[in-house]
Design a protein. Structure first.
Ligand SMILES: Nc1ncnc2c1ncn2[C@@H]1O[C@H](COP(=O)(O)OP(=O)(O)O)[C@@H](O)[C@H]1O
Ligand SMILES: [Mg+2]
Length: 482
């Protein structure tokens, strides 16, 4: 059977989590498959995906586009190579899925999930997100399972919930790769199964809009040393130990840290600065040491100190300066003690770069600094696409107009507007099937940008300072255009 090697690229945001991959028509011919059919994708693990035609810009290239969940299922990453071949899929007699996130419980009849599962191709052990049913009708139209098409109406329930959930395919019958049809018996376990040593991407790059350059820089700094430490050794250069991400609240810093951790397949320890202070009252330093100890045991590891300003505000300034000082010292000692292997990388995020102790920014510590900012028009448009991906939008919804009206809105503000519009539609009529333009208009009146021009100017000044002292990582596009 024909087999080809293809380079993995990310999926388009609005297409994520539908279980599809895109490849060139010529490649399809060489593999002997047609759009709507299913291929096996082999990285370090095998999975399956529904094939769609490549976008015009990808034609003639040996690429395969897939979202973060398929990348995880195939155990591969952007820029790596996978083997693909036509899959031998059977219709599933039965399938059992379970929540894949610890502590998550499901109280819903299996039929609730049917809509999101229909037409999906899976292998036992795959992770699934059940969002994004929008274009599957088209995808399936060439497939041998003609009779299930009319089920693929937009799922309104998707708007309010399931798309963020992750499920694992616990069992399939037969045990081969299967496609889920109307005839498939679906069983949903209410309790999460413990997924051992498994990496479940909570956030993928496709969930982030308009931070392409920031993602690229962080990937270079994090993924490369974690995945290929030998390159650094060979060249005799030191991989970064610490990266500071700062910018106004809601601009995707935490999101980006989570996505990088997911995609790099490293272990991830997320430490929320404020929580650390509370959890280990009086023992914060011990807490910090424990975190590094755990990271060393599990390496490669990414530690993210989220909202680090809570932990490390400028020494001597806070009311509890004694504690803060000791915590900062512990953190610095731990970072200085890290070997130059690149197998532990510390990411810190903050909305308050002005409060960060300059000792943290010295070489060998958080010496790469990346700024995020409020999205420009193009980025806002992408973020709206991401957050409305699973919403049933009425025909009159004009996202372009909405984008025009949202200057200075952060990513979080945009997510809020979309959520509010959905809730307004529901409040108006609990049986409502779609969200209309008027709901967005009302939502825009209610949710105003959380960042002012004056605040943006302050961030811009800080960015210039960092760049001047050679610490800031310059991005191609200028930040803070207002
Ligand atoms: N660039 C973005 N693309 C898509 N969603 C975003 C973006 N930035 C923020 N969001 C939304 O806002 C929420 C909060 O963002 P977060 O990363 O926590 O902000 P920060 O850490 O910068 O304060 C995210 O969970 C996401 O829903
Ligand atoms: Mg955050």
């Amino acid at each position: 059977m024909a087999e080809l090697k293809l380079k993995v690229m990310e999926a388009l945001q609005e297409e994520a989590y539908k279980g599809i991959v895109r490849i060139d028509s010529q490649t399809m011919r060489r593999l002997g498959i047609r759009p709507g059919e299913i291929i096996e994708i082999e990285g370090e693990r095998k999975t399956v995906g529904i094939v769609e035609r490549a976008y015009p810009t990808d034609i003639g290239q040996s690429l395969i586009r897939m979202d973060g969940i398929i990348r995880r299922n195939a155990r591969t990453g952007i820029g790596e190579t996978v083997k693909v071949r036509k899959a031998d899929v059977k219709e599933a007699k039965s399938i059992t899925i379970a929540p894949a996130q610890r502590g998550m419980m499901i109280h819903a009849a299996p039929h609730v999930f049917r809509r999101g599962l229909l037409g999906r191709a899976v292998i036992k052990g795959d992770i699934l997100a059940l969002g994004g049913t929008r274009s599957r009708r088209r995808i399936m139209s060439d497939s041998p399972f003609q009779d299930i098409f009319d089920i693929f109406e937009q799922s309104f329930s998707g708007t309010f919930g399931f798309s963020d959930l992750r499920f694992i395919v616990v069992e399939t019958s037969p045990k081969t790769p299967v496609i889920i049809t109307e005839n498939t018996r679906i069983e949903v376990k209410s309790h999460a199964v413990e997924v051992k040593d498994e990496h479940i991407p909570e956030v993928s790059y496709e969930d982030i809009g308009g931070l392409d350059e920031e993602i690229k820089k962080v990937r270079e700094m994090v993924e490369l040393p974690l995945k290929h430490p030998e390159i650094f050794e060979r060249l005799g250069i030191q991989p970064p130990k610490g990266i500071l991400m700062y910018g106004p609240p809601g601009t995707g810093k935490t999101l980006l840290a989570k996505a990088v951790a997911s995609e790099s397949e490293a272990n991830f320890i997320l430490v929320k600065g404020p929580e650390l202070l509370n959890k280990f009252v009086g023992e914060t330093e011990k807490g910090v040491r424990k975190i590094f100890e755990k990271a060393r045991q599990a390496a490669p590891t990414i530690i993210c100190f989220d909202e680090i300003d809570a932990l490390a505000s400028a020494r001597g300034r806070g009311f509890d300066s004694g504690v803060t000082e000791r915590v900062v010292n512990t953190l610095l000692a731990e970072m200085d003690g890290l070997e130059d292997l690149g197998d532990i990388i510390v990411i810190a995020t903050t909305n308050r770069p002005d409060l960060i102790d300059s000792a943290l920014l010295r070489p060998g510590r958080f010496d790469r600094i990346i700024a995020t900012t409020v999205p420009d028009k193009e980025s806002r448009s992408k973020i709206f696409e991401i957050h409305t991906k699973n919403m049933a939008l009425a025909k009159d919804v004009d996202l372009k107009k909405i984008v025009e009206k949202t200057k200075n809105y952060s990513g979080a503000d945009i997510a809020g507007v979309c959520r509010e519009a959905g809730l307004l539609a529901l409040r108006e009529n609990i049986k409502s099937k779609e969200i209309k333009m008027k709901h967005f208009e009302t939502a825009l009146e209610k949710i105003k940008p959380s960042i002012t021009d004056a605040a943006l100017k302050r961030y811009k000044d800080i960015e210039e300072q960092y760049l001047k002292i050679g610490r800031g990582v310059a991005l191609k596009k200028p930040n803070y255009m207002g």
